[in-house]
Design a protein. Structure first.
Length: 428
């Protein structure tokens, strides 16, 4: 009798004279055999073309990993919030599932435990990052401020899904005042049990950065598609730029703060950073106005979009504008000037950011920009649209006085404005 083969078993396939090995996965197509290769990628074959035998039986997860304290190493703490970095392959479905215990993350990344002593692990929630909201940012900020103010901690690592990580990094940059130690957000594009996972290097480099002298909210992750080093990028100057590459996060309008290597080498690339000062106390400042929207202008976009938000009592709107910060301003049914004028008259703050992401808005170069500036639209310098949205929500949580809001939007609070853009700041 042939040996029974189950999903999750490591198998060998002979396909038209070639040999392929991997983990057997369930397939939604009856006539297809699907396996996960050692590289982490999935591949399917027609059943009729395949001879299959079992090499190894899948091991059930029975042993519980116990995280051991090592007081001889410098201590950091973790906040685990979900995302791909907190997931692993589910052999029953072929998809990924949340880790059952946060300690499993470190069982799959043991090198980190040779560098730092993990003092505390907080898991406030486990969600995919598209489900994040201001309430989640506020909760993370509250936990982060307490952990950073504990003298035993040298720094903090937050694990997070990639899709809205740059929103969270911006929110924490504004919500945590007088940062005293490194706060490193990190991620994984591929689940931690995959051979091609970026989680191991990202965690290790985040651990190194968390022990550094850079007291910033920063994202730490692959700088290239290879496993050679990571970039540490300021939380208000980072953006996800690719759906699946491991080096998806890039610095926008300034260089990364540093290159971080697995062996502990840290090469400063941007000298404009705040230095660690353990004598300071982090102040939690999480006020946030949720009636703020981020909308994208496009050719033919109707100003009714803005009118709708005004009617729904929104307090602020950030528009991703074209060029140097424009929307349609000619006399036609698509002219946005009347809708913007109405919004501002009804005390709705209207700001514009750049769809191009790189570069600075220049409202006085062309007539459309001048018309918008005359109405009172705030052109947000070189801020990323997502950062402008988060910043406006944070400011409106403190004041709704139009003059104060404009002054604060144009004040560099958390490194979100770079006053001196150079050639090297583009596509670093």
């Amino acid at each position: 009798m042939a040996e029974k083969i189950n999903f999750g078993d490591y198998v060998e396939l002979k396909v038209k004279g070639k040999t392929v090995r991997g983990i057997l996965l369930p397939s939604y197509e009856e006539k297809t055999i699907l396996i996960k290769l050692d590289s982490g990628y999935n591949i399917g074959f027609r059943k009729e073309d395949v001879e299959m035998k079992k090499i190894k039986t899948r091991k059930e997860e029975t042993a519980e990993f116990k995280l051991k304290q090592n007081p001889k190493l410098p201590s950091i703490s973790f906040v685990i919030t979900g995302g791909t970095i907190s997931s692993r392959l589910d052999y029953e479905t072929g998809g990924v599932k949340w880790l059952m215990r946060p300690e499993q993350l470190f069982a799959l990344s043991p090198k980190l435990l040779e560098v730092v002593n993990i003092r505390k692990i907080e898991r406030p929630f486990m969600i995919a990052s598209e489900n994040m909201s201001a309430q989640h940012w506020q909760k993370i900020a509250g936990i982060a401020s307490k952990l950073l103010n504990e003298k035993e901690n040298e720094g903090l690592i937050i694990t997070h899904g990639t899709d809205t990580l740059h929103f969270t990094s911006a929110a924490l940059s504004f919500m945590l005042r007088d940062l005293n130690k490194p706060l490193c957000l990190t991620y994984s594009q591929r689940s931690i049990d995959r051979g091609s996972s970026d989680a191991v290097l990202n965690l290790l480099c985040a651990g190194r950065a968390a022990l550094s002298e850079i007291a910033e909210v920063m994202l730490v992750g692959h700088a290239t598609s290879s496993d050679n080093y990571c970039h540490a990028i300021r939380g208000t100057k980072v953006r996800k730029m690719h759906t699946s590459r491991r080096d998806t996060f890039k610095a926008i309008n300034e260089p990364p703060l540093a290159k971080v290597y697995a062996d502990g080498k840290l090469e400063i690339l941007n000298k404009e950073y705040k230095k660690k000062d353990k004598s300071k106390q982090v102040n939690e400042d999480t006020a946030f106005e949720e009636k703020v929207a981020l909308i994208k202008y496009y050719p033919g976009a109707s100003p009714e979009i803005l009118n709708f938000l005004v009617d729904k009592k929104y307090k602020g709107v950030v528009i991703e504008g074209t060029g140097l910060g424009h929307v349609a301003t000619e006399e036609s049914s698509k002219n946005w000037l009347p809708a913007i004028k109405r919004a501002i008259e009804q005390e709705v703050v209207v700001a514009i950011s750049a769809q191009t992401l790189f570069g600075r808005l220049q409202p006085l170069v062309y007539a459309p920009g001048r018309k918008l500036a005359e109405l009172g639209v705030i052109h947000t310098e070189d801020m990323l649209p997502e950062v402008a949205y988060v910043k406006l929500g944070w400011i409106l949580g403190h004041t709704q006085n139009a003059k104060e809001v404009k002054h604060l939007m144009l004040t560099n609070i958390a490194g979100e404005i770079n006053r001196k853009l150079s050639e090297s700041d583009f596509l670093y």
